[in-house]
Design a protein around this ligand. Structure first.
Ligand code: 13P
Length: 253
């Protein structure tokens, strides 16, 4: 059985005071998660230390939204994986389409970051997804296959036991357009098949593949019920305790 993971990507929302309020509300709304389900919240860097303190002993794990591929050094504006670990992070989102689109991140860079995260014991949540243009050109399968190959390059089977892949169709992010359950299932199945080709089926069957893109309380259950959908990476709907709690409740291991 695969672990179902519901993660909340806060993006560039919530200052420290707002973080305290949201986490307090989340802990009250979600005192525990069902066996086989995990939940990770990923606030901005400035809120991580506080979140790490507030989440101790709670049902939630903590994740960063990005990290450097370097250990340390003169890299102005960057944050290392070791720094994430030091404030209590268990996971880190890597290669989000907003990082790819606005900050030029490539599959090669995302791969370097994934290797570093794994070396530090952080669970990488690696994002892949096609743009609207790519979907309309009917090259989704090719784009996803290239991304999966690139971001997983050189990772060992042991590494893969910690990796999560998030399928986030770019056209469904923040747009209110959600992939249909069938569209999501089709790409998730393709990702699993690709991973099986690079490793083997036993490993691929254990891989958690999240869907992200306009997941809301009213569509979560249907998407999460798909065979190859093992969780969600939630943007907008994770910024309110009640809607994130409702999505967690929709998760079945
Ligand atoms: P939305 O849920 O706001 O569409 O964002 C999805 C996302 O990008 C999560 O990483």
């Amino acid at each position: 059985m695969r672990t179902m993971i519901i993660a909340g990507n806060w993006k560039m929302y919530k200052d420290v005071a707002e973080t305290r309020d949201l986490i307090t509300a989340l802990k009250a709304a979600v005192p525990s998660v069902p066996a086989g389900v995990e939940s990770i919240i990923c606030p901005p860097f400035t809120s991580l230390a506080l979140a790490g303190e507030l989440l101790k002993g709670s049902a939630f794990q903590l994740g960063g939204q990005n990290m450097s591929q370097h250990d340390e050094g003169a890299y102005t504006g960057e944050v290392s994986g070791k720094m994430l670990k030091a404030v209590g992070c268990d996971a880190v989102i890597l290669g989000h389409s907003e990082r790819r689109q606005y900050y030029g991140e490539t599959n090669e860079l995302v791969n370097l970051k994934a290797r570093k995260a794994l070396a530090l014991g952080l669970r990488p949540i690696i994002c892949v997804g096609e743009t609207l243009e790519e979907r309309e050109k009917d090259i989704t399968a090719q784009v996803i296959t290239t991304q999966v190959k690139g971001v997983l390059s050189g990772l060992t089977p042991q590494d893969m036991a910690k990796v999560v892949i998030a399928y986030e169709p770019v056209w469904a992010i923040g747009t209110g357009k959600v992939a249909s359950p069938a569209q999501a299932q089709e790409v998730h199945q393709l990702i699993r098949k690709q991973v099986a080709g690079q490793y083997d089926w036993a490993l691929a069957e254990k891989l958690t593949i999240q869907y992200g893109g306009s997941v809301k309380p009213d569509n979560a259950a249907e998407i999460l019920a798909q065979n190859d959908v093992d969780g969600a990476l939630v943007g907008g709907a994770c910024l309110k305790a009640d809607s994130f709690a409702a999505i967690i409740k929709a998760a079945r291991p």
